[in-house]
Design a protein around this ligand. Structure first.
Ligand code: PRP
Length: 177
């Protein structure tokens, strides 16, 4: 399989989106301490950029979730590979995602987190792919919206490849001749 790629969001476009999100989050949380929860692996690049733009009292935790196997479509099954390392009861929690697609990953994770009684629970995603949503999710902060199309780069992979690309690209897979 050959993978043809074209740039969808440049470094500047991503930087602009991250800055806009950080300004909104800074304004909304003001002096309140916030626990940023990154969903790995995809969110690590976005979270690293976002956190350096936050003028807040911030702590960070991670969960490792996986909904895709090796294919480019969701299996519909979410696996918690690693849970958070600390309790979130009574805390203001902001979940940070690279992309919301079907919404299945976040639906599962938000249900798990809600049972732990955080003071507040919100979602920040860099990319929202609304057209493919299968379950309802309230996303509080959206950086960039896209239509259908398989994207890679800036932490997002295809079969674990391409996470290191600084831009966000669209992939078209074509059978080799
Ligand atoms: C990707 C992405 C989101 C999820 C979104 O993760 O990082 O967590 O899929 O898809 P959904 O809205 O259809 O559930 P993936 O399971 O590919 O793992 P990764 O973060 O390790 O790449």
């Amino acid at each position: 399989m050959n993978k043809n790629k074209t740039i969808l969001f440049s470094r500047q476009a991503i930087e602009g989106a991250v800055l806009r999100l950080a300004k909104q989050i800074n304004a909304d949380y003001k002096a309140r301490p916030v626990v940023l929860v990154g969903i790995l692996k995809g969110s690590f690049v976005f979270l690293a950029d976002l956190i350096r733009k936050l003028d807040l009292d911030v702590t960070v935790d991670f969960a490792v979730l996986s909904s895709y196997g090796s294919a480019t479509t969701s299996s519909g099954q979410v696996k918690m590979i690693k849970d958070l390392s600390a309790p979130i009861e009574g805390k203001d929690v902001l979940v940070v995602e690279d992309i919301v697609d079907t919404g299945i990953t976040l639906k599962y994770f938000m249900d798990v987190l809600r049972q732990r009684r955080p003071a507040s629970l919100a979602i920040c995603t860099l990319i929202d792919k609304k057209a493919r949503r299968e379950v309802h999710i309230d996303v509080d902060y959206v950086g960039l919206e896209i239509e259908d199309g398989f994207i890679v780069g800036y932490g997002i992979d295809c079969n674990e490849e391409f996470r290191n690309l600084p831009e966000i690209w669209v992939i078209r897979e074509e059978a080799e001749k």
